[in-house]
Design a protein around this ligand. Sequence first.
Ligand SMILES: Cc1cc2nc3c(=O)[nH]c(=O)nc-3n(C[C@H](O)[C@H](O)[C@H](O)COP(=O)(O)O)c2cc1C
Ligand code: SF4
Length: 503
Amino acid sequence: MLKSSRMWKFANPIKHPIPKTRWPTVEEASQSLLFQPIQVGPIRLDDRTWVPAMVPWRATKDGFVTQDNLDWYRRFAMGRPAALVVEATGIRDIPSGPLLRVGHERFLPGLKQLVNVVREASDGQTKLFIQLIDFLAVKRRPDEAKYFQRFLQITSLHRRTLSELTGDSTWNDADEKRVREWLAQGSEEIVARVLNDRELEALRFGYREHVTDTQLPHIKELPQVLPRIFADAARRARDAGFDGVELHYAHAYTMAGFLSALNDRSDGYGGARENRARLPLEVYRAVRETVGDDFVVGVRFLADEVIAGGNRINEASYFGVEFAKAGFDCLSLSKGGKFEDAEQPKVGQAVYPYTGQSGYECMPTTLSDERGPFGRAVPLVAQIKQAVNAAGFKTPIVATGGITTFDQAEAILQGGAADIVGMARQALADPDWFRKVKSGRGDEVRRCTYTNYCEALDQAHRQVTCKLWDRKEIDDPGITLSPDGRRRLIAPDWNCSKNPDRA
Ligand SMILES: Cc1cc2nc3c(=O)[nH]c(=O)nc-3n(C[C@H](O)[C@H](O)[C@H](O)COP(=O)(O)O)c2cc1C
Ligand code: SF4
């Protein structure tokens, strides 16, 4: 049984129903803005639908594409969204669990296969991008005794603080063992006074690297090494046959860390927002120089970090304009998803950046405030688009977050809030949303309930599925099941010949 996810909740949540809707006829769909083509840099999307990146936990532990990955992306391609973004894919040649990787040529054969599968299943209609991610180390929350015995580095500051707190000057020369033992037995309050913020974070949440840890050589040199690493990964993506890359500058990862208002690096890559944008722009230029102009280079970043002291809409608008000016082909907006406000993990587990309020805003559920979960980020996206357009750029902007009906998607486009509409969970619930709506059969859409069963699986690093279909027709021949044999791994096929007169 899947335990419910540990997630931040509103104090007095309101349960919102899934909005009732009407669906368009074939004629109406064909005349809608949603189903009009749009130019994204060098390529044309058949329409304005987009499936943003979703990690399905299906790669091998070494980061290779598996048959399950191929089946997962084939299933999305069968629904024929205009654009499909492959999950966050690691750009370095370092182990990162069962997440896809593109940090070496040996990953190319699998990625090429993935491209071919999507081309074939969509008859070439779905354009395929891959999201490129860099992330810093995050360790599991330690057992307290072990932390004091082994992990904490005892310093003269600890000794001095202990001496001040206790009025006992022998602490100034105390040996490590004595300090460790004393801290291990100390009250929470004492420990909080002796340890600094980062040590407390490591104790309570697990050790986590920050982009501001410039005392560590590999963090200090990030601005020198990341442009090349991203550029090489993008070149491999192009060699594998993708239509483009999306640079992951959102959520809790390295590049978002550089953009963050919390980034106070003093080496010209932190502090003022111009400096915080510096590395993200240098990475972009290195990627562009490497892949050329005939390959889409997009970016995903945050319309709001949703954390204390973090970037808000003004900074996001500034970054949007700078990214458009630099030459990104499209800007995809997300919201929140940060470590800073995440829930404390259990001992032995790693902190998950979608458990705090910022996590809620990233993947909002129907247990919400009065605004509800549907299109919550759209007003922010509209402001960013306005700023980008006012600066003279027409760079297409993708809005995502609780977008589920045709009317809602069409209103977002007609109202000029965005140029392209992204659907992650709705596409997971029903990958055929796009085909069904386009063919006048929207009433056959399996509607996402926005209660985040899928997200809880992601949190538990288990293969992601949707509760609406993972136990359906489970005995059908030829379907792949989860290792416990209880869930199917891809959505059932849409039997579109059931009502042939309507097709
Ligand atoms: C299982 C799961 C995995 C996700 N993985 C990624 C990811 O790899 N990269 C990313 O930028 N966003 C990721 N997201 C966030 C989605 O792309 C999207 O922004 C979010 O779910 C809100 O959109 P929705 O309301 O249409 O689902 C993930 C979401 C889910 C549910
Ligand atoms: S499990 Fe399915 S219905 Fe529930 S939020 Fe995820 S995609 Fe939607």
